[in-house]
Design a binder for this molecule. Structure first.
Ligand code: ATP
Ligand code: MG
Length: 403
């Protein structure tokens, strides 16, 4: 089968394949980009597989970076673009259900495709757009099925992360998991214990953000994979409730974790340790804290000026979007207008500084100063005092005298 219209992303990279060919090696487009092109979806990164060894690739191309040379991957830079070129390989010894400890380079495409996780991910494409389908990936793609390449039990024993990948593809692509593949996940769910939290988190986040998260979450619960995810051991029912949220793709990772945490019913105090146990970034943690706070407020009342100020426009809009999942109307425009009409959007916009205050009251820095600035800031945001030097100094004076 030939792809009728070869997307630009591949055309841009076709000279690379031709260059490799001219040195007597094979080269193909492989993996997710071929799958997504066939599905008519947006293409992320175009991966290339070749019979040339990494050293040989490095001799062919001038600008290369060794990103994973032990695993056969060399990054090559062409203009603004970069491409991962990976030597055909098998992954021989899997001692601990995780990444192979040794890869062996091979010279045939078939052997390379055989080690890939699912049939829809084991498709290759020539530079002319001809699809090479050695494991019936096309038929599974057409029937919207996630099926392990070869024996699923063996494949999940080799690398248990594949179980989570299968579940996330079900959600991302809105596909169903083939019976034997699903049964093998059910049987071997506990192997996930061997997989690092970071790798599980990547797949779980993608699952939450997928087009049909229900298609991923139901089997995630049914196969008991959730038992091996931090902080979810007791949350089977909550996850099922999460699957019942009104259909609409969740837009950001922070939104997804916020909805999940609220559904699980985690208390403010436990939120931090939960997200930490998933080894998520501090940045994400902060975002989730803000969204949860904002969501709780918005579910009971309209926005308060100070909450708009504290959260900032991006989080405010995000909270409005989350209301949809609670069958409430998102008032994005209204909330944005309210936010924009705040007297200030940043402490820096106050017309006086800490220095001004110290000078005016002839005092040394100390806790009083931070407290005072905060009081002033809140009063300005709330519209209790005008943001002029005069008004703020007088407000500050009154405030200090009160103490
Ligand atoms: P995405 O769109 O999320 O990037 P992808 O299918 O491209 O999806 P990658 O993680 O980028 O996923 O991997 C690229 C390809 O490498 C896959 O399509 C698959 O063929 C293979 N692959 C990746 N991880 C595994 C794994 N754990 N076991 C077997 N094959 C894998
Ligand atoms: Mg990819």
């Amino acid at each position: 089968m030939k792809l009728e219209i070869v997307p630009d992303e591949f055309i841009k990279a076709s000279d690379i394949l031709k260059e490799i060919h001219s040195h007597g090696y094979e080269a193909y487009f492989v993996g997710g980009s071929v799958r997504d092109a066939l599905l008519g979806q947006e293409i992320h990164d175009v991966d290339i597989a070749t019979s040339a060894y990494p050293e040989e690739i490095k001799q062919i191309f001038k600008r290369t970076i060794d990103v994973g040379i032990d695993h056969g991957t060399v990054l090559i830079l062409v203009g603004e673009e970069q491409y991962e070129i990976t030597t055909f390989r098998t992954e021989s010894t899997y001692q601990d259900y995780r990444r192979p400890d040794k890869v062996t380079f091979v010279r045939t495409l078939k052997e390379d495709l055989k080690r890939r996780d699912f049939t829809i991910n084991a498709l290759a494409m020539t530079v002319e757009g001809e699809i090479i389908d050695l494991f019936d990936g096309m038929s599974d793609l057409n029937q919207q099925i996630i099926r392990a390449v070869g024996n699923p039990k063996e494949r999940f024993h080799e690398d248990a992360l594949r179980m989570m990948r299968g579940l996330r593809f079900a959600s991302q692509l809105d596909f169903s998991i083939e019976d034997n593949t699903l049964a093998a996940i059910q049987e071997f769910h506990s192997l996930l214990e061997k997989i690092s939290v970071e790798r599980i988190a990547v797949e779980f986040s993608k699952l939450l953000l997928g087009k049909n998260r229900r298609a991923g979450i139901l089997p995630f619960v049914e196969t008991e994979c959730y038992q091996y995810c931090p902080g979810l051991k007791q949350s089977g029912d909550a996850l099922l409730r999460f699957a019942d949220f009104p259909e609409r793709r969740i837009e950001t990772e922070a939104q997804a974790w916020t909805l999940l945490i609220k559904t699980i019913g985690l208390k403010e105090n436990d939120l931090r340790s939960f997200l930490k146990s998933w080894k998520l970034s501090n940045h994400l943690l902060q975002e989730v804290q803000q969204l949860l706070y904002g969501l709780e407020q918005r579910l009971i009342a309209d926005w308060q000026a100070i909450d708009l100020f504290d959260l900032g426009l991006e989080a405010v809009v995000s909270v409005e979007k989350l209301l949809f999942y609670y069958n409430q109307k998102s008032k994005i425009e209204e909330a944005s207008k309210l936010y924009l009409s705040l007297p200030i959007h940043d402490r820096k916009e106050l017309t006086i500084t800490g220095n001004d205050l110290m000078k005016s009251f002839d005092k040394n820095p100390g806790k009083w100063l931070g407290d005072l600035i905060q009081t002033i800031e809140r009063a300005v945001v709330d519209g209790q005092v005008e943001n002029t030097r005069e008004a703020l100094l007088s407000f500050a004076k009154d405030n200090l005298e009160k103490e």
